[in-house]
Design a protein around this ligand. Structure first.
Ligand code: PHE
Ligand code: NA
Length: 447
């Protein structure tokens, strides 16, 4: 069977942007920034995006396009009989873990959407949004229904190939989400107490850098948000033809993704302070602040409805890029049909999600890693460890396994003036940073 191809560079760009922009920019960015002190975290995160994220993203795209394969196959095609492909299995593992919890959170977004459609959230629910959200996620059944619904949507998109439809739709929905977030940010800064939120987000309190866990959190967030290190971007790159140029697309995606996160932060942190919510509330942060903002706004009901619709669509276009990683592998390896591969893979992820969801309810006391609950533990292993590890392999492969000429050729940096700087980032800066952060997090350096 011939491998699929994007119809055009625009198709590729829209799919890659759709993958990047999602719950990571709004839900995950704000809670991780909130837990890690705000301003200093933001700067660290942006440094990692620039020094590691964007250069390695270009490397990941180019391995996929040059290797013409799924996350395992691309390495095998480029380096037959060498162990590089093991990183592909790591990527497949991350995909199962990440979509497992991603779908649960996207399910919460669908639940909110439904409550704006049926009017329940038009007035402050009894006990406020914080209590409402708390009882939603700790319920043993309701979130599973919405998680299942989201997973079914994701499977349907991946198996029917309406992916192309989602990409085209993103041409409208993504700018709409951007405009909406900017509008929310502008409104949010007028709330009482907004300055405190802006200070939190933009005035670095450097003392947080003494906390050794901040570095890994910022690195993991940079990788998660850029969809980097897992194989989503490698797989998407493999559907791109040789005559399209990669560097500008990569930089565009990196910048846009970060702008989404910053604007989301400006929308959320003023409200966090205005409503007296703790910035370190964790994964519940946006789900308790956003409805609060909508309730203060003119026509907030409609704004809330549209917002959660757009957020759910953004989550869907990210989720399909995660599901695509194992599906592309299974298609080739076992000759499964796309339909069976999608349904089978999605079902296993659904089961992982059930465990995650119950980890907020009847298994709330289960803490597999340190004091982290099931979702935090899975997110830590997959997003903070496996993704940067996958990125490390990508950087080493392009920086050290490939010759300089191969690397420039594969990334379309034939005559680009900054190509040596890029190669230096991929060859030295990214691997050294990632290794130091890992060692330091393991306490080896004893910082
Ligand atoms: N980048 C996506 C987001 O920000 C999530 C994602 C992670 C997608 C890893 C693909 C791979 O929501
Ligand atoms: Na993102």
């Amino acid at each position: 069977m011939a491998r699929e191809k994007w119809a055009s560079k625009i198709g590729f760009m829209l799919a890659a942007m759709g993958s990047a922009v999602g719950l990571g920019n709004i839900w995950r960015f704000s809670y991780v920034a909130g837990e890690n002190g705000g301003g200093a975290f933001l700067i660290l995160y942006l440094i990692f995006v620039l020094l590691i994220g964007i250069p390695v993203l270009l490397a990941e795209f180019s391995i996929g396009r040059q290797g013409q394969g799924d996350v395992v196959g691309a390495y095998q095609n480029l380096a037959p009989k060498k162990p590089w492909f093991v990183a592909g299995f790591m990527g497949i593992t991350s995909a199962f873990l990440i979509l497992g919890f991603y779908s649960v959170v996207a399910g919460w977004s669908l639940y909110y959407l439904w409550n704006y459609i049926n009017g329940t959230f038009w007035s402050l629910p009894e006990g406020g949004y914080e209590a409402t959200f708390g009882s939603l996620i700790s319920n043993n059944y309701t979130p599973l229904f919405w998680h299942a619904l989201f997973m079914v949507f994701t499977i349907l998109v991946v198996l029917t190939g309406v992916k192309k439809g989602i990409e085209k739709a993103n041409k409208i929905f993504m700018p709409a989400l951007a405009i909406m977030l900017i509008g929310l940010a502008l409104f949010s800064v007028t709330l009482d107490g907004a300055e405190k939120g802006l200070t939190f987000l933009f005035k670095p309190d450097w003392s947080i850098l003494n906390d050794p866990t901040v570095y890994l959190a910022a690195l993991g967030q940079a990788f998660f948000s850029l969809s980097l290190g897992m194989g989503s971007m490698m797989t998407y790159g493999s559907y791109l033809s040789k005559d399209e140029s990669l560097p500008s697309a990569t930089v565009g995606i990196g910048i846009m993704d970060s702008v989404f996160a910053i604007v989301a932060g400006v929308a959320i942190f003023p409200a966090v302070y205005a409503f007296g919510i703790s910035p370190s509330s964790g994964p519940s942060l946006v789900f308790i602040t956003l409805p609060g903002i909508f309730s203060e706004m003119p026509v907030g009901n409609i704004v809330g409805l549209v917002f959660f619709l757009l957020l759910s669509i953004a989550a869907l276009s990210s989720a399909i890029s995660i599901l695509e990683v194992p599906v592309a592998y299974f298609l080739r390896k076992f000759n499964w049909s796309r339909g069976f591969a999608s349904a089978f893979t999605g079902s296993i992820m659904f089961v992982i999600g059930i465990i995650v969801s119950l980890g907020m309810g009847m298994w709330a006391g289960v803490t597999p890693i340190g004091d982290k609950n099931i979702m935090d533990s899975i997110s830590f292993v997959a997003s903070d460890l496996l993704l940067p590890l996958g990125g490390l392999v990508i950087a080493l492969f392009v920086g050290w396994y490939w010759t300089k000429e191969q690397a420039f050729e594969a990334t379309d940096m034939h005559s680009n003036a900054i190509r040596n700087i890029w190669l230096g980032m991929v060859k030295y800066v990214a691997p050294i940073f990632i290794i130091i952060i890992f060692l330091q997090s393991a306490g080896v350096l004893g910082w």
